[in-house]
Design a protein around this ligand. Structure first.
Ligand SMILES: [Zn+2]
Length: 441
């Protein structure tokens, strides 16, 4: 199959672009691409942009069902999230929330997602059916997790997930200790030991909050990054989400150990936590991917909505327009993001031999014209709704903005029904809280 008459952004090492070119796809792979007319007849892209599908390297997909809840409430983790997760998160809820999110990802041009949540076998089932590529991070946590009563049960889930997906062409299992403070040194060490035989990507929140730093200091007399290193988990399999508060020494250690990062600018900004030192980490040679975090924290799951805050925060922190240029932003959602998941030989750029994961973006909107620098157009003037088509492994998941691999009306109505069930519980939480405040007052 040829895609012809396309503007092409390859995101290869030389950042090769074709103003008018073609791509040849056979099966799940790219087998040729070049400038000018295609060697054979094909599908006319009408001058639209073709670029690699985007990679969201940190999300909690099922949490789309909690989107917008407790939006400006400071203690919402304790007040809403943990009680709701304990009371309401079942395998069915995970499936319904993940389906809603998967629909959004396909429509927003994301072709690979690294998820981190509970009941990841159900997340895998949804992603598999929808045709998306993904890393399935089965969470381990010591705070009353919805799908495991103790760490043995948690590890059994990871083991089963790996057994199920070890030969899958698009899905990979991943152990996901929630954070150092919510698992502890021994559990992290057990993850490192278990994973030494598999080399799977490991996902964890790291140096995300100030209480976490205090926990590490009081419990071990170390930084939270050093505690992770002591557990032998600080290695090139680790994708560390957030990295808000590493010290200079922590940053050196992270880079030395080959750890990768996930930069969740919108989520961090909304939480009022500050700006992650991503420019400093990348200057040390670390690969960092753009990510959204869960939709309760970052609201949207496409990466266009991350582009502006991700760039602006670094410009503000560095006090220069030149910090984190547009080419870096696009790389961090494609080629560099692929490296963070250890998948750079398969995805992240349009090159012969790589998987045919690509998106078609229309550039016709007045807000996108004129185009002097295509990277600037993408980062500051393009929206997820400009994505016309999404392909994973040579299969169209969306064309002309119609998702082909999912029953969109059913996904939407299931999600609305589930949210209606949650609303009663939320009213109850607020009522108890108000009564408690009254009694205390
Ligand atoms: Zn997260």
């Amino acid at each position: 199959m040829y895609l012809t008459n396309a503007r092409i952004l390859t995101m290869d090492a030389a950042l090769t672009e074709y103003d008018r070119g073609w791509i040849c796809i056979e099966g799940d792979r790219i087998t040729g691409l070049g400038a000018g007319d295609a060697p054979g007849a094909g599908l006319d892209m009408g001058g639209d942009l073709i670029m690699p599908g985007m990679i969201n390297n940190h999300a909690h997909l099922a949490m789309s069902l909690f989107r917008g809840l407790g939006e400006d409430v400071d203690d919402r983790l304790i007040r809403y999230i943990l009680p709701l997760e304990r009371a309401l998160v079942t395998a069915e809820v995970v499936e319904v929330g993940t389906a809603l999110s998967t629909l959004e990802l396909i429509r927003g041009g994301v072709t690979t997602v690294a998820d981190m949540y509970y009941f990841e076998d159900r997340v895998g089932a949804v992603l598999d059916c929808a045709g998306l590529r993904g890393v399935l991070g089965q969470t381990l946590a010591n705070f009353d997790a919805p799908d495991h009563k103790n760490m043995d049960e948690g590890f059994a889930r990871i083991e089963a997930l790996h057994d199920q997906y070890k030969d899958h062409p698009r899905l990979t299992a991943s152990p996901a200790p929630h954070a150092p403070y919510s698992t502890g040194l021994e559990v992290m060490a057990r993850v490192a030991e278990w994973n030494a035989g598999y080399d799977l990507p490991v996902q964890m929140h790291l140096a995300e909050t100030k209480p976490e730093l205090q926990w590490a200091r009081e419990t071990y007399g170390l930084s939270t990054v050093e505690v992770t290193d002591k557990a032998c988990l600080l290695n090139s399999n680790l994708v560390a989400a957030h990295l808000m508060y590493p010290s200079e020494a922590d940053m050196d250690l992270l880079a030395e150990r080959g750890v990768h990062g996930a930069y969740n600018a919108r989520s961090n900004g909304k939480a009022g936590r500050g700006i992650a030192p991503i420019t400093e980490l990348r200057a040390r040679g670390m690969s960092v991917g753009l990510a959204t975090d869960g939709p309760m924290s970052g609201n949207m799951l496409d990466l266009f909505s991350q582009f502006a805050p991700a760039a602006m925060f670094q410009k503000i922190a560095q006090q220069t327009r030149g910090a984190m240029p547009c080419t870096d932003i696009v790389a961090m959602s494609t080629s560099e993001a692929a490296k963070t998941l250890g998948k750079e030989d398969q995805i992240g750029s349009l090159e012969v031999g790589k998987q045919a994961d690509l998106i078609r973006i229309s550039l016709d909107d007045p807000r996108q014209q004129p185009i002097y620098d295509i990277y600037s157009t993408l980062v500051f003037a393009t929206l997820p709704t400009d994505v016309q088509a999404t392909m994973v492994a040579g299969t169209w998941l969306m064309r002309d903005r119609k998702v082909l691999s999912m029953d969109a009306p059913k996904v939407m109505s299931d999600a609305k029904q589930m949210a209606n069930r949650f609303k009663a519980r939320i009213v109850e939480i607020d009522r108890v809280q108000a009564e408690g405040n009254g009694a205390n007052g």
